[in-house]
Design a protein around this ligand. Structure first.
Ligand code: GUN
Length: 300
């Protein structure tokens, strides 16, 4: 039997609607409008698309969006001065500096100069440490989106065997920490893992975040497992015409869906959840900054 398709697009729309409701309440009951500042350095076309989408969706849920587009040659001192200004601006509750940065800028230094409580990406070393020790933190958006979908599908995750394929700081490691916090038995698999197929096949949950198109095929998946595909890879699609491309995940969808119990598609799975969770994080940061209760179901 074919797997249940987890509809990330519909789920993200639900999250955004909940965020929009909470923003309406914040405005009418407390006269507060959450604000998200996004910094883009340079002209990377993919980053420009992401930043435009973030700004559009921020405004759609009723928040203030502040976009700071800086020249590719901006100095580290100027970028740090802007971050310092935003850190001290009470109308800004979330700050995101779009990555990758141009080579002359030290990414770690820049990220760690954002005030941790405004770090809606959850990349600041303080937030990484808080998450790793099970304390309240800002949680990276993509893993948060994956967690929301898993909780929605399974209810409790307690005791389930989860394999995270990929060990990046942005997805793999925080995902593993979140699953551990929900009492999964967690394995992080990567390019050096022995018998990786068998490791995946024994899992109740597989989260694929390696960045290799269609690497995980149906014969890696245990019967009835839940598969969350974080990959977004552009590959040639000659069947659509010369020079055409298509998007695929890290999972070979057609073979995996024949064995899995549930699976996220690409596109339309994890992707839309990332910006929805960015908005959720901005709302959470705003609630915390104003000593208000955090909205339910939008945090880890
Ligand atoms: N570039 C690609 N994904 C992301 C993200 O989630 N956050 C930031 N800041 N930059 C990115």
């Amino acid at each position: 039997m074919s797997a249940t398709i987890i509809d990330g697009k519909a789920f993200a729309a639900k999250v955004r609607a909940q965020v929009a409701d909470e923003v309406t309440k914040l405005k009418s009951e407390h006269n507060i409008t959450p604000g998200l500042a996004v910094i883009l350095v340079g002209e990377d076309p993919a980053s420009e698309v992401y930043v435009r989408n973030k700004g559009k969706q921020t405004v759609e849920v009723g928040m203030n969006s502040y976009e700071h587009k800086l020249d590719a040659s901006t100095s580290e001192a100027d970028l740090l001065a802007l971050i310092d200004k935003l850190n001290n601006d009470p109308s800004v509750h979330g700050i995101l500096c779009q990555l990758p940065l141009p080579d002359h800028l030290n990414e770690d230094l820049v990220i760690n100069s954002i005030a941790p409580e405004k770090d809606v990406d959850g990349f600041h070393i303080s937030n990484v440490g808080l998450l790793g020790t099970g304390q309240k933190s800002m949680v990276p958006c993509t893993p948060l989106g994956c967690l929301m979908m898993l909780r929605d599908h399974h209810g409790s995750l307690s005791g389930l065997n989860a394999v995270v394929v990929g060990r990046s700081n942005i997805v793999g490691k925080p995902m593993a920490n979140l699953l551990l916090r929900d009492s999964c038995t967690v394995t992080i698999a990567h390019s050096r893992t022995k018998n990786i197929e068998e490791v995946c096949k024994a899992a109740d949950i597989v989260v694929a975040a390696v960045g290799r198109p269609e690497m995980i095929t149906g014969d890696w998946i245990g019967k009835g497992a839940t598969v969350i595909d974080v990959g977004i890879n552009r590959i040639p699609a000659p069947e659509r015409g010369e020079g055409k491309m298509r998007l695929v995940g890290d999972v070979h969808f057609d073979s995996a869906k024949e064995v899995a119990g549930a699976i996220t598609p690409v596109p339309g799975g994890v992707g839309p959840m990332t910006i929805a969770c960015l908005l959720a994080n901005t709302l959470t940061a705003c609630a915390r900054a104003n000593n208000l209760p955090e909205p339910e179901g939008l945090t880890a």
